[in-house]
Design a protein around this ligand. Structure first.
Ligand SMILES: Cc1cc2nc3c(=O)[nH]c(=O)nc-3n(C[C@H](O)[C@H](O)[C@H](O)COP(=O)(O)OP(=O)(O)OC[C@H]3O[C@@H](n4cnc5c(N)ncnc54)[C@H](O)[C@@H]3O)c2cc1C
Length: 485
């Protein structure tokens, strides 16, 4: 991203949770997914003093003490354990089914009838808006907000949203490999892609990149793709066609109507930075290396996010923009060249919430500039010196910072309205009768399957839709008469 510096910072996705161990094993991927020592750090001001709520991935005592410091009692900590137990119970019942055909909702619900905790998990996570459970469990606004952000990452929603898109988004952030822990792929996200590439090539795949697709023919006896590569027009015929761009792009190529609803709109502002040093916190008790090692949260109070949602819904950039920031190099320095590491450089990634596509659609360049300012101001309120002063500077004098609005994300990747999941995430069971027993990858076209995020149960770096599309192909081959296999 910053050509003067050897830092392999992923422009978009950077953490892995939803890639099933089964897929890693099946494909023989050699990946190291590293645990972050700190889960999150949320700075706050109390009685005029700067403090921070720090949750540790390694030491429960650190988290307990930090919650007691914030709230004055153990209650919120115990409630947090009980609340997250609901998603653990949910993950236990559901995770393995992600690589199986879709169950009917009733059948899935049947797995949650054994005891009161299971019944509560189903009710709180699937039947009722997530806001009910959060408000039932927690009293502290900062804790409520911290819990709710997982329901907002990428989608435009609020706690009592009747669409339940907040519940679906929350579940995707909490069920990965039954723990919901987000880990750092050592070597960066590029290391994951490289492993997949090598595995595919070893299995005989031919991979072309920088390909400009011109046309898809999906209605004939065989499917075909017309594309331009290295200036040459080529056509490939195929019995099966697996697509990982979104339903929006597929609709465009096939001349069909794409009918999204409001929950499909993307709502993320992404910033990447290269720093020549880490900024220090106003909360002196915490080292920058602790604070930024996990998710550093700013303006993510529960009521603050209700306000920012309302402001963004009204067509305005929120006054206080909720966001979270994360320093990859504190967990995995291998993405930096050794000399940069020795000089104290770090990468920093910011993920901004309540930034729906509609805010940027009319005047993207100006809104991007304004949003960048507000997100930086949000972070700076907790820092001794502005983060801008810590940015590395390229040879041409430009600071190493890059911002992407949902409009930019759609322009670059085709993701509908910049939705990082391609479209609204789905519940991990069939929403309609006709989906029961399918793999969630089927399209209206014969032998054309979705193998990316827009499949049911897609969303994130997971490989799940790819696995399920492959199973669908095998199923179709096995069902065909022997002569056609
Ligand atoms: C800012 C951001 C941060 C994220 N962070 C994380 C994270 O930390 N962890 C995580 O698990 N997930 C994260 N995600 C989500 C995750 O990256 C996506 O859900 C996932 O990569 C989508 O995979 P896919 O295969 O469906 O689509 P993509 O990886 O988007 O692949 C689709 C491809 O189709 C190409 N394409 C589109 N239109 C055309 C066309 N007309 N012709 C030819 N090619 C075309 C696109 O260029 C793209 O390369 C993030 C996403 C974003 C945007």
């Amino acid at each position: 991203m910053f050509p003067d510096f050897d830092a392999r910072l992923s422009r978009y996705a950077y953490l892995v949770s939803l890639l099933p161990q089964k897929i890693i094993r099946d494909l023989g991927l050699n990946l190291e997914l590293r645990r972050r020592a700190i889960a999150s750090c949320t700075p706050y001001v109390s009685h005029g003093q700067h403090g921070a709520l720090v949750l540790s991935n390694l030491d429960e005592e650190v988290s307990r003490k930090s919650i007691v410091d914030l709230t004055g009692s153990e209650t919120e900590f115990e409630r947090m354990k009980n609340f997250y137990n609901l998603s653990r119970v949910f993950a236990e019942q559901v995770w393995d089914s992600m690589l199986e055909p879709l169950l009917a909702k009733d059948e899935m619900a049947g797995r949650f009838k054994d005891n009161e905790i299971s019944r509560e998990a189903w009710r709180s996570l699937v039947e009722e808006p997530l806001g009910n459970a959060i408000e039932r469990y927690f009293r502290n606004d900062l804790v409520r907000g911290l819990v709710f952000t997982d329901a907002k990452i990428g989608v435009f929603t609020y706690p009592h949203d009747p669409s339940l898109v907040q519940n679906r988004c929350f579940l995707y952030h909490l069920i990965g490999n039954k723990t919901g822990e987000w880990k750092v792929p050592v070597g960066g996200m590029g290391a994951v892609s490289s492993e997949l590439e090598q595995t595919a090539r070893k299995a005989g795949a031919e991979i072309l990149t920088n390909v400009n697709v011109h046309a898809l023919n999906v209605t004939g006896k065989t499917r075909s793709v017309e594309f331009r590569v290295d200036g040459k027009l080529e056509t490939v015929d195929a019995r099966f066609l697996l697509v990982n761009f979104g339903r929006n792009v597929l609709a465009r190529f096939t001349g069909r109507l794409f009918q999204p609803d409001r929950t499909d709109e993307g709502s993320v502002f992404k910033m990447n930075m290269l720093l020549c040093r880490l900024p220090q916190l106003k909360a002196k008790k915490y080292l920058a290396t602790e604070a930024f090692c996990g998710t550093f949260r700013s303006d993510e109070g529960y009521e603050q996010m209700n306000a920012s949602y309302d402001q963004a819904s009204g067509g305005r950039l929120p006054e206080n923009t909720p966001c979270e920031m994360y320093c990859h190099t504190l967990t995995d320095e291998s993405i930096l060249a050794p000399d940069l590491h020795e000089r104290g450089f770090h990468t920093m990634t910011l993920f901004g919430l309540d930034s729906p596509w509609s805010l940027f659609a009319r005047d993207n360049a100006n809104m991007r500039r304004e949003a960048e300012k507000r997100f930086l101001a949000s972070i700076n309120q907790w820092l001794e010196q502005p983060i801008e002063d810590c940015l590395a500077v390229a040879r041409d004098g430009r600071r190493c910072i890059e911002s992407k609005s949902p409009v930019d994300i759609e322009d670059a990747l085709g993701m509908y309205h910049g939705n990082i999941f391609q479209n609204a995430p789905t519940f991990p069971f069939a929403a309609r009768k006709e989906q029961v027993g399918t793999w969630g990858v089927e399209t209206e076209f014969e032998n054309v399957f979705l193998c990316g995020s827009s499949a049911l149960r897609g969303g994130a770096v997971s490989g799940i839709p790819g696995h399920n599309a492959a199973m669908k192909v095998l199923e179709a081959i096995n069902k065909a008469p022997k002569t056609e296999r």
